[in-house]
Design a protein around this ligand. Structure first.
Ligand code: ADP
Length: 263
């Protein structure tokens, strides 16, 4: 429980720090990108090609840096999310084409969607990118192929669970998990997996921002995320999202006024 609390506090302060840096950095990058663009135009069509190439390389590097700061800003996002009653089964179902394209042929993707699933009160776009991040990690953990399972279910996190996880309030949640049959993670990797910039994928491959996006989104949504991993066996990451209470029918449904109900 203490470790979980420390993790949440650590992420909060890292979020503030990176948010501030990313914001300033972005402004400087805008100057760099703008100036390179202007230099390229001044150089014109018949300028020295070596200079033109140099400018192109610099501009490409600056664009990559801008993508990184965009991800950092997303991680440290201060602006509020847009939580809406969301059918997570439908959301997962709607991702099948995207997943097919992202995951490739060597990994079998299966979804096990619970019947009678409660709706979750969350930002659907953010949830989709969180699930995508988990699936990309799952794919990367199974270079020789394997099995990826996305599962949903209603979940009750009880007092005992909350006592063991300082950031959890007991109650009803919508659970969505991603399981792979990949490399798994030793405990010291699990410990640091949510840290921004923590990656074991090597320079130029991983950014170490995927799981920190997941963590940031889940915490902001008042949910909970947990890693179960066994080296050489595989990994399950479970996300718990707060249940939406209210009419379980689709949007646009208005409960009849009480005086129109039969008596
Ligand atoms: P990145 O994917 O860019 O490395 P992440 O924050 O998404 O950044 O993940 C951090 C690290 O956690 C990964 O580099 C990897 O070591 C580990 N990891 C995440 N998901 C899995 C998984 N499903 N199986 C094994 N290791 C994982």
């Amino acid at each position: 429980a203490q470790a979980q609390l420390r993790q949440v506090q650590k992420m909060e302060s890292i979020g503030q720090l990176t948010g501030g840096i990313a914001h300033d950095f972005n402004n400087m990058l805008a100057i760099v990108i703008g100036s390179l663009d202007m230099a390229k135009r001044r150089l014109g069509e018949d300028g020295d090609p070596r200079i033109a190439r140099g400018i192109d390389n610099a501009a490409e590097g600056a664009q990559r840096a801008a993508q990184l700061t965009a991800r950092l800003l997303a991680f440290s996002r201060q602006q509020p999310l847009d939580p809406q009653p969301t059918d997570v089964n439908k959301l997962v179902g709607g991702m099948s084409e995207l997943l097919r394209r992202t995951i490739g042929e060597d990994v079998r993707v299966e979804s096990v969607l619970a019947g009678g699933l409660w709706r979750a009160s969350i930002d659907a776009n953010q949830l989709e990118s969180a699930i995508l991040n988990l699936c990309v990690n799952a794919r990367d953990a199974m270079p020789g192929g394997g099995h990826l399972t996305i599962e949903t279910g209603n979940a009750h996190l009880d007092d005992a669970y909350a006592a063991a996880h300082a950031d959890v309030s007991p109650g009803q949640y919508v659970m969505v998990s991603v399981t792979d049959t990949g490399t798994g993670m030793p405990p010291h990797v699990v410990e640091r997996a949510f840290d921004p910039f923590f990656t074991t994928k090597g320079v130029g491959k991983g950014t170490g921002l995927g799981l920190s996006q997941v963590f940031g989104f889940v915490k902001q949504s008042h949910g909970h995320v947990k890693i179960y991993s066994e080296p050489d066996e595989g990994t399950t990451i479970k996300i718990y999202l707060p249940r939406h209470y209210g009419a379980e029918l689709g949007t646009g449904y208005a409960a009849p006024a009480s005086d129109s109900l039969p008596r």
